[in-house]
Write a protein that binds this ligand. Structure first.
Ligand SMILES: Nc1nc2c(c(=O)[nH]1)N[C@H]1C(S)=C(S)[C@@H](COP(=O)(O)OP(=O)(O)OC[C@H]3O[C@@H](n4cnc5c(=O)[nH]c(N)nc54)[C@H](O)[C@@H]3O)O[C@H]1N2
Ligand SMILES: Nc1nc2c(c(=O)[nH]1)N[C@H]1C(S)=C(S)[C@@H](COP(=O)(O)OP(=O)(O)OC[C@H]3O[C@@H](n4cnc5c(=O)[nH]c(N)nc54)[C@H](O)[C@@H]3O)O[C@H]1N2
Ligand code: SF4
Ligand SMILES: [Mo]
Length: 735
């Protein structure tokens, strides 16, 4: 990345422009503007500061914000082009209902009539089949205010236990691992600690394409003399500039973490004093990793013994360090174990809670962090409270002015919601900010379940592939059409500012949800007049919880350019770095820096297990899936932005020259990729940057171009994250 406007120079168009896509918008952005609105990018969890240029109630351009300390004027290609989506002709300007006789499958209807019909259907389904027959799916691209409202809407208005969110596909392995080890789920450090580290270890994160601004922090560390270690089955752009690349076989990271820890123990590269004073469980972990000799680790991971020893030596002997990981180690049936293995390596080194000593997962969605804290998860109440804890239920009931026993109990994860549709237990669904038809694994099952529903309502600003199965579609709001807070990658709560009004009959999402509550005749608790009012209730609801926002106000965010939670009081400045030796938290109450009653972190035995679906004679190759820099998630937004489509117009199957040669395949050849779930036809791209036993397909496209036709629906037993990062496939050149 570089400062705009030549920001795309680093990510040179690898595949040339593509002529086939017509539904894109290119706008002329020079000329008069009415005002500049200071806000943040709508896409990834880094939440770069951005100024939107507004003319005649339309966003017509952008400027990077030099004043936001995270990106200091830098943006990636998506941030630069993100404003283009609002003017797209597909923008939903009214409500729609299904009409199979119309060519589009839908006909427009008035907003009021649509809301009435939604309420009538919810009421009917719940009267006939009970409150739990209606489920809610929500999203972590929403502001924290909206995610709080969705949790409250499900529990208080619908009284259903079934709500979950798209972060289930994203952040939950890291979240569960962090809660188990630290008692709190947030990046332990601000990114300003990265350049101060002697070693930066990056596990399963395509930093330059998916968290592009983080590249700048890693490169600053390198300029300061740091050694960069990257673990990935692919030599991603960040790996091309690293000091040690460990080409792990997909699904084997836990073996690597255990192997490195074993070498650290053997060579006494551990901080015995820190382990003694601040952790519990070291002995069992040390006993467990004894079997992970360099030789066994090399056999399982596919990484050379020499490289494993070198990595252990660098990590073991450093005096400062930062470990970052992302979905590459988390999207697994043992994603939580991988995260715990990474944390064991950090805790054994004693390098956490100090300047230049850090650990974090790289959050994904815009509000991947805030969206997992305030009650839209199936087992959670606001403030990271536990829905099965009586004290927590009573406190939240008092904030919501309801009886504690009326709050439903824990529900199920997002994928299980679809299994309950199959079982006939769930008959109605409201989905907001989620496109499961593209993003869930084995998605032909998801499609069938969307069709099986008695009633399905989607709230979106585009007719996403999922919304195409809806009975009613309600026109929600784009990021720039509303205000509210999000919590970015570092744990910093920031403010999104409204630039324009929703066009046509579109409404701000929180208004739509409240309108449904009123139409249902269940308005109690749903009369907020602004996001600020929702935030003020959220502050009270979070007070005393682990994710305590009670001391955060819109004004404080403005004044400090963001506030790191926890922030438990009006005069509290927020907490940029967690776990500092003298820090206080409501769980440990002064007994130590970690969020357990004894103040100590937990080291957890993290056993190795192979992926749910390993290769065999029939399906001999590993498929891993992920992202490219110019497309975002299910692609609903970025597939409509012309310059981004030009950069990467369609999925390609990355494969190593050795594999390609064995199969008689060249770049551009159409290949057939088959798994036990589905078949996909796409062009090959032969690259020497991937393991020969692995192929990679990005997942941002629907239908016949969707990688999730192939993926397996196996999930981590603790976090319930799907195993997107490895399944078995076979490949042939199309005859
Ligand atoms: N351009 C772009 N940026 C994005 C997004 C986007 O869609 N597009 N999405 C945002 C979101 S929601 C998320 S979650 C993040 C995701 O950010 P990342 O997690 O960085 O992205 P992924 O491409 O999912 O996977 C990261 C890497 O994991 C590697 N990998 C695969 N299997 C394994 C394995 O078993 N072990 C290891 N160590 N590595 C493995 C892949 O080769 C890939 O390079 O990006 C965010 N930023
Ligand atoms: N094979 C494979 N599959 C994956 C992954 C992978 O690596 N490989 N990664 C997974 C990950 S990490 C993630 S995060 C998921 C993401 O999967 P999804 O959450 O399904 O993808 P999105 O594209 O974010 O879908 C969000 C939808 O909400 C809409 N939307 C966005 N913002 C708003 C808003 O403010 N209001 C309203 N009303 N609507 C909004 C968008 O138009 C879009 O239709 O995909 C997962 N799927
Ligand atoms: S997509 Fe992420 S890195 Fe790119 S500009 Fe937006 S927030 Fe920044
Ligand atoms: Mo994600």
């Amino acid at each position: 990345m570089a400062n705009a406007p030549d920001q795309t120079s680093l990510f040179v168009d690898r595949f040339g422009p593509h002529p086939a896509y017509a539904t894109e918008v290119h706008l002329e952005t020079s000329g008069r503007i009415d005002r500049l609105v200071s806000t943040h990018c709508c896409f990834c969890g880094q939440q770069c500061g951005i100024n939107l240029k507004v003319r005649d109630n339309a966003v017509v351009g952008f400027e990077p914000r030099e004043d936001f300390p995270f990106n200091e004027g830098k943006l990636c290609p998506k941030g630069v082009k993100r404003y283009l989506q609002g003017m797209h002709p597909d923008r939903l300007l009214s409500a729609f209902e299904r009409d199979d006789s119309s060519p589009s499958g839908f006909r427009p209807m008035t907003y009021e009539r649509a809301v009435e019909r939604v309420a009538a259907e919810i009421d009917r389904i719940q009267r006939e089949h009970g409150p739990d027959a209606f489920a809610v799916l929500s999203g972590a691209s929403l502001t924290t205010e909206k995610t709080y409202l969705m949790g409250k809407f499900a529990r208080v208005c619908l009284k259903t236990r079934y709500i979950d969110y798209n972060g289930r596909l994203c952040m939950v392995s890291a979240g569960a691992g962090n809660k188990k080890a630290f008692g709190i789920d947030r990046a332990a450090n601000p990114w300003s600690d990265i350049p101060k580290a002697e070693v930066v270890w990056i596990a399963g994160a395509n930093v330059a394409e998916c968290a592009p601004i983080t590249t700048s922090y890693v490169w600053q560390a390198r300029e300061n003399g740091a050694r960069i270690v990257v673990v990935d089955p692919r030599i991603t752009p960040i790996a091309r500039t690293c000091d040690l690349f460990l080409p792990v076989k997909p699904g084997r990271d836990i073996a690597l973490f255990n192997g490195v820890l074993q070498l650290m123990i053997e060579n006494d590269w551990i901080d015995g004093d820190f382990i003694e004073r601040h952790t519990v469980g070291f002995d069992a972990v040390a006993e467990h990793v004894r079997e992970w000799t360099p030789r066994r680790t090399a056999e399982v991971t596919g990484i050379s013994e020499k490289a494993i020893r070198k990595a252990a030596e660098w990590w073991g002997q450093a005096s400062t360090s930062f470990l970052l990981h992302a979905r590459g180690i988390e999207h697994h049936t043992h994603g939580v174990q991988n995260v715990l293995g990474a944390i064991n390596m950090v805790l054994a080194s004693g390098r956490i809670g100090r300047e230049g000593c850090g650990y974090a997962t790289i959050t994904g969605q815009a509000n991947g962090q805030g969206g997992r804290e305030h009650g839209q998860k199936c087992d959670q109440l606001p403030g990271w409270r536990d829905i099965e804890n009586d004290e927590h239920r009573s406190y939240i009931a008092s904030v919501w002015d309801v009886e504690p026993e009326t709050i439903p109990h824990s529900g199920v994860d997002a994928y299980e919601i679809f299994r309950k549709i199959e079982a006939g237990e769930i008959r109605g669904l409201l989905s907001i900010c989620f496109n499961p038809k593209v993003s869930l694994p084995d998605n032909s099952f998801v499609t069938r379940m969307l069709e099986k529903l008695d009633f399905f309502v989607a709230i979106d600003f585009f007719l996403s592939e999922t919304a195409q199965h809806a009975d009613i579609v309600l026109p929600g709001s784009l990021h720039e059409e509303d205000e509210g807070t999000v919590t970015q990658i570092e744990g910093r709560v920031i403010k999104i500012n409204k630039a324009v009004d929703p066009p046509g009959d579109a409404r701000q999402d929180w208004r739509i949800v409240q309108d449904i509550a009123h139409a249902l005749g269940r308005p109690h608790g749903f009369s907020f007049e602004s996001p600020r009012e929702i935030f003020d209730e959220l502050r009270i609801a979070s007070r005393g919880g682990v994710a305590d926002y009670s001391g955060i106000t819109y004004e404080k965010i403005q004044k400090q350019n963001g506030v790191f939670w926890p922030c438990p009081g009006d005069d509290h400045p927020g907490t940029p770095r967690l776990f500092e030796a003298d820090s206080w938290n409501p769980v440990a109450k002064g007994s130590g820096p970690f969020y357990f009653p004894d103040g100590k972190a937990r080291m957890n035995v993290a056993p190795y297990t192979p992926p749910a679906e390993d290769v065999d004679d029939e399906y001999p190759l590993m498929l891993t899936t992920g992202r490219v820099v110019s497309q975002f998630l299910s692609g609903t937004q970025t597939r409509r932005i012309g310059p981004l489509v030009d950069q990467y117009p369609e999925p390609l199957c990355e494969m190593h020259p050795r594999l390609a040669e064995a199969l008689g395949i060249r770049t551009g050849d159409p290949v057939i990729v088959e798994s036990r779930r589905g078949t996909m036809r796409l062009p090959a791209i032969v690259v020497s940057t991937i393991r020969p036993d692995t192929v990679f397909i990005p997942y941002h496209w629907p239908g016949a171009r969707s990688a999730n036709q192939l993926t397996v629906s196996a999930q981590d037993p603790i976090s319930k994250i799907p195993e997107y990062k490895v399944c078995a496939v076979r490949i042939r050149k199309e005859a």
